[in-house]
Design a protein. Sequence first.
Length: 278
Amino acid sequence: MIDTVVVAPGGSGSSLAGVSWPSIFAGAIAACAMTLVLLAFGTGLGLSMVSPWAGSGISATTFKITTGLYLIVIAMISSSIGGYLAGRLRSSWDGVHADEVYFRDTAHGFIAWALASVIGAAVLATPATSLIGGTAAGVTHAAAASAGQSSGPMDGYVDTLLRSDPAAQTANQGQSDSRGEVTRLFTSSFRSGGELKAPDREYTAKVVAARTGLSQADAEKRVNDVVTQIKADADAARKATVALAFWITASLLLGAFCASLAATEGGGLRDGTWNRRR
């Protein structure tokens, strides 16, 4: 096939700018809106599939994989729509070689995707985080406020450490409450993947023995079990974060490709050259 150059009257090239910003902004806004719609739909669908009861709903592993794949689907759909609009709505470039038009259309789709990604990171991340995390955080804070105490990431582990026989609670009521001290000790020790030092571990075992009535050996065993559980949970959270980062990276790369490709399709339909490109 022989490429042709359409030369505008009075010159050898187009006087129009190579970048049509209105079409790029239109495509980026449409991509962000579609992303928000699909995220809301996916959130509702995911919450309906997860069950708090054992043996019901889908497993955690399946949920993570499904979430990652759905992120890719969201990126492909929203980026394709945004890129197509950026290519279809741009100005006509008379007197520009067909290869240059193809490059400009690809660039329009890529820029629209990049702008949508920046807008999404700056605008959509805050409402999404507030919608998903706000409810759980509000319930937790309300429960803590009604109980007259604060709630932190280490409170559950401290509860496990200081759990005692209900029959012995009356005898322990006169002891000073060292719960806050143990909580602060665990929080500072395990911050950023730290470790509970030997003196702190020994002191914690003594506190557990005094509060629960366990022998020193049993108290030390309980401390070791809780420390092991903290490490396991932290490692699981780290792996989940890494997996999510990989899924997001894959979705962004596929989104860039889909937006660029869709923009060339939209630009070809805009100029009536889509069949010739095929």
